[in-house]
Design a protein around this ligand. Sequence first.
Ligand code: PNS
Length: 158
Amino acid sequence: MNIAVYPGSFDPCTNGHLDIIRRTSSLFDKVIVAVLCNSGKKPLFTAEERVDIIKKVTADIENVEVISFSGLLVDCIKENNAKTVIKGLRAVSDFEYEFQMALTNRRLDSEVETLFIPASTEYMFLSSSIVKEIASYDGDLKGLVPDELIPVIKSRFN
Ligand code: PNS
């Protein structure tokens, strides 16, 4: 079984993330979305909430599983019998850090390969931070996150 892991903070999951999940789900037998739960940042949603949200918005994609992880990504990959890490790239500015992480992960586990997927043009500007910034000023989130998430995100800023 060809399994890929798509890791991230997903705080919150955006339509850009969902686009990457949908597109890669057709390339692998299974895509495991792995939510990092030990990030230094103070998250808007707990890891459990982020997992539940992603489960809901990917419920129609059969071969997607959602988990949380802490510690090293390479350990999470091994535990889940995966070999590939999926990373979305929005711009050249993403590349430097992502390239460093890809090489670090391969150094830690020589069997781990990173697959960079270019963002769709309509989501090239989009990030979880941008979504939070807009929500904090009660701006319009339509098209940036799944519709059902808009009130959930907005309520965190009330
Ligand atoms: O959505 P993000 O915050 O850009 O995701 C970052 C993530 C989760 C992919 C990265 O922080 C990560 O892999 N963390 C796990 C710790 C780890 O394995 N570090 C070594 C590789 S640099």
